[in-house]
Design a protein around this ligand. Structure first.
Ligand SMILES: C[S@@+](CC[C@H](N)C(=O)[O-])C[C@H]1O[C@@H](n2cnc3c(N)ncnc32)[C@H](O)[C@@H]1O
Length: 272
């Protein structure tokens, strides 16, 4: 943790299932960055983010997107990166890191040219209210990009070996997330929710790929099986079954479809 520029606002109690300060947190964020940064950066580039922009990165996690944004908006732009546990977000010029709960803590209105959040709102209670807060925090004409998950089509591996245990693992993961109040299918509805919140020029993209051993996706799934082991056991897996599914996900020849990510860009109307 660098943390010289971490400002404490509040660290509200959260039902969020992962953590940013445990043995597996660094791995989780490295794998997430390897898996999704190419999609996220491509979308942000298409949004035109550039020098001088004032950006908010919500739930910044390991900070890869916040760092990328800070480079893009330099020398005169600024990025505010928030998280309930911001300890893994690195420092750099033009980037301020804040311990901040997007559900409960104050947020300036009409302030940002761009707000981005990836895999955050689907974890949150009252995510519709959070979405409206984000809209209000945009300046008129400002852009919101949400990159969100939908696990609906995720559970079936492409090859028969390991089919049963992989499916059981994915279903247990869905139960763990659902029990904690996350909605891991929210991605499929995010474009509609953004339009309902009053945003315009809604531009959705759905991303999916096939995961093979050594891919960022399966490395993330292996890391998550350790990160959430206790909860996965409560949800019906056993330590032996978790060991077995890690072996399955590492075996040459295994492949499985990814979850879907819906990356949606939209704009606050001028005069909105
Ligand atoms: C799945 S991680 C995604 C991290 C990062 N956005 C990415 O995609 O690489 C979710 C992040 O949201 C943060 N988070 C969870 N609840 C939050 C809240 N109420 N306010 C702000 N951040 C929150 C977590 O601490 C975690 O860093």
């Amino acid at each position: 943790m660098t943390g010289q520029n971490v400002v404490n606002v509040s660290a509200d109690a959260s039902t969020y299932v992962f953590d940013n300060d445990g043995d597996h947190s660094g791995d989780q964020h490295r794998h997430l960055a390897r898996l999704l940064d190419p999609l996220t950066f491509g979308r942000l580039e298409s949004a035109g983010v550039g020098p001088g922009w004032n950006c908010l990165e919500v739930g910044a996690g390991g900070g890869s997107v916040a760092l990328w944004l800070a480079e893009r908006v330099a020398p005169h732009g600024h990025v505010l990166a928030t998280d309930i546990k911001p300890g893994l977000i690195p420092s750099r010029e033009g980037l301020t890191v804040v311990r901040h709960d997007i559900v409960a803590d104050p947020l300036p209105e009409g302030a940002f040219d761009l707000i981005h959040a990836r895999l955050v709102l689907s974890h949150l209670p009252r995510r519709d209210r959070v979405l409206r807060r984000l809209c209000a925090a945009l300046r008129p004409g400002g852009l919101l990009q949400l990159d969100e998950i939908d696990i609906t089509r995720w559970a079936e591996p492409s090859v028969p070996d390991g089919h049963e245990v992989y499916g059981a693992y994915v279903r247990a993961m869905a139960r763990v997330l659902g029990t904690a109040g996350s909605d891991p299918t929210w991605g499929a509805r995010v474009a509609g929710e953004m339009a309902r919140a009053g945003l315009v020029d809604v531009d959705p993209v759905r991303w999916t790929e096939v995961w093979r051993p050594g891919s960022a996706g399966l490395d993330l799934m292996i890391s998550n099986s350790r990160h959430l082991q206790d909860r996965l056991v409560e949800a019906g897996m056993t330590p032996d079954r978790l060991r077995e599914v890690r072996e399955v996900m590492s075996a040459p020849g295994f492949s499985a479809p990814s979850f879907d990510i819906h990356s949606v860009l939209a704009r606050r109307a001028f005069g909105g």
